[in-house]
Design a binder for this molecule. Sequence first.
Ligand code: NAP
Ligand code: GDP
Length: 318
Amino acid sequence: MGEFKTILVTGGSGLVGRAIRTVVEAENRTDEKWVFVNSKDADLCDLSATRELFGKHKPSHVVHLAAMVGGLFHNMSHNLDFLRNNLHMNDNVLQVSHETGVKKVVSCLSTCIFPDKTSYPIDETMIHNGPPHASNFGYSYAKRMIDVMNRAYHEQHGCLFTSVVPCNVFGPHDNYNLESSHVIPGLIRKLHDVIAGEGTTFTVLGTGKPLRQFIYSLDLARLFLWVLRDYNEVEPIILSVDEEAEVSIRQVAEELARAFDFKGEIAFDTTKADGQYKKTASNAKLRKYLPDFQFTPFSVAIKESVDWYRENSANARN
Ligand code: NAP
Ligand code: GDP
């Protein structure tokens, strides 16, 4: 155990924030005070509200998760909002962290901000190598600027502001809104509704062929804690399952059908977009640091996520 830390988690009510909360509450450490905040505590697009929030909690460390986040379809229709909201939030959080002497900030990028035309697997050195996929360029450029700012704060002021790059995340407390959700929570919601309505067809958007790496939010939370406590590079680090764990959207739908014990038909609406075909990322850097880290098997994590939604659908973010 090191010196006492007060850790402010922005975006503390979201999918990743709730998972970190679950893990730190189970640890119950006495040398860390965790404060989880959301947009009701402060609109981080507003600089003075951000200053007030930091003045109130006086964090020594910040886990910056707050962001406008959404799946493929929400990104396609709101690129400007994704760009502006995320640029404002990130600039405010990093600037106020600097002003108030925060010792370390860990922010969140994503494997979906990498160049569209790239060689595979993608690694941490390739973030700025070319334009992102057109479907989410607003989110991508805003996220890429976090890495640019981290380097600039380090160069000019010596700050330890770093970032992690998760692949597609899923788990309890996700966003299940069909307009804005990522694929797994969207399909959980859809299948739940099909079964409730005694339907026999589960319709997946697109061809089902795109490939994705998915990380369980509770695994990501354990990795986040390691980054906060022990990773001291400014350069980003990819937090993803292994390359061999990549699955197609069709396999995701089949795993969900198993978890729900759904015996009906799985159909594909090929009039809907597929987005980027794949974004295969290498976790070699992570594996160098943590060769023995065990990810929860996909089928187990899917089952737990489905069971959570079945129990909590009435109060979930639908
Ligand atoms: P989420 O479930 O959508 O939660 C977003 C969080 O940000 C919520 O706590 C929300 O607060 C907060 N927030 C949004 N706008 C805000 C504002 N203007 N001021 C203050 N707080 C605001 O997101 P998530 O999936 O947990 O994502 C967490 C981080 O991981 C994000 O930086 C995201 O880019 C990154 N990431 C996510 C994925 C993924 O698949 N989900 C993949 C890679 C990276 P309210 O609850 O009050 O709205
Ligand atoms: P991405 O990984 O950043 O592209 O974002 P998503 O989590 O939204 O995954 C998008 C992929 O899942 C695309 O290939 C979509 O065609 C496919 N998909 C299938 N059904 C759905 C759905 O109901 N919602 C979403 N968001 N994507 C879906």
